[in-house]
Design a protein around this ligand. Structure first.
Ligand code: ADE
Length: 239
């Protein structure tokens, strides 16, 4: 079972999205568990502060290292556990599918969610937090980012996805985006009475042709939407 520990000032935000659908079912079935550690319980001084102004000036507040220390000390640490500490921040290394695969194999993930301007760098270094970002944009805090990372990891745990949601053919596994999908009705009439048909090859029953069509569509889609992946996925230099 994957043990997840979340250090956050907003424990009510969990399990959040992780309580729904296949991931929610995996939570019920105890394929993973989530404990939240409320940073506010480890505030300092009579005002119970968890953050303070940045030395050197500048906007915002910084999470105190002693608060992170106290929060970590409150967790039962099992030295036998294969555990990883992650701090979610826009200044971290970019998360990708390969990294999710690596993270999904740990027994324990301890995730620090920042709010404010950031976390005191000493805490990140002393407690060995790996800094990870979920994309080149800035959110208001790490909680949503943590759920993104965790959903991506949990679906890779064996037995979480059923046969029908198999991982075999999906975007990024071969640096090509997934081909477009179609379902019933075969001919869809919209409210303006316009007709839209499913590409004929998909209903032809010719599996070789379907495979070729899907590959071509994957390549086409990758070229349009993700030119950065196109060369990696096809070996073709784009000019
Ligand atoms: N916190 C705020 N923005 C973030 C991002 N892009 N990735 C991870 N954590 C964040």
């Amino acid at each position: 079972m994957l043990n997840i520990k979340i250090l956050t000032a907003y424990p009510e935000m969990f399990p959040g999205a992780l309580g729904y659908s296949l991931i929610g079912k995996a939570l019920e079935e105890k394929k993973f568990c989530i404990d939240t550690i409320d940073l506010r319980k480890f505030g300092i001084g009579h005002r119970n502060n968890i953050d303070d102004e940045p030395f050197g000036g500048g906007p915002g507040m910084v999470l105190r290292p002693d608060v992170v220390e106290k929060a970590l000390l409150s967790i039962n640490i099992d030295p036998k556990k294969n555990s990883k500490r992650i701090y979610l921040t826009p200044s971290g290394e970019l998360l990708n599918q390969e990294k999710l695969g690596i993270l999904s194999k740990f027994n324990e993930l301890v995730i620090l969610c920042g709010r404010f301007e950031g976390v005191d760098q000493r805490a990140i270094e002393v407690f060995n937090f790996e800094e990870l970002s979920i994309g080149n944009y800035v959110l208001a805090g790490g909680e949503i980012a943590a759920q993104v990372l965790l959903e991506g990891c949990i679906r890779l745990i064996p037995g979480v996805l059923g046969q029908s949601e198999s991982l075999l053919e999906e975007s990024f596994s071969d640096n090509l985006l997934e081909y477009p999908q179609y379902t019933r009705p075969k001919v869809w009439k919209d409210i303006n009475n316009r007709l839209y048909e499913v590409p004929e090859v998909l209903t032809s029953g010719n599996h070789r042709k379907i495979k070729e069509w899907r590959y071509d569509k994957s390549v086409e889609k990758t070229k349009i939407n993700r030119s950065d992946l196109y060369y990696k996925g096809t070996g073709i230099k784009d000019d």
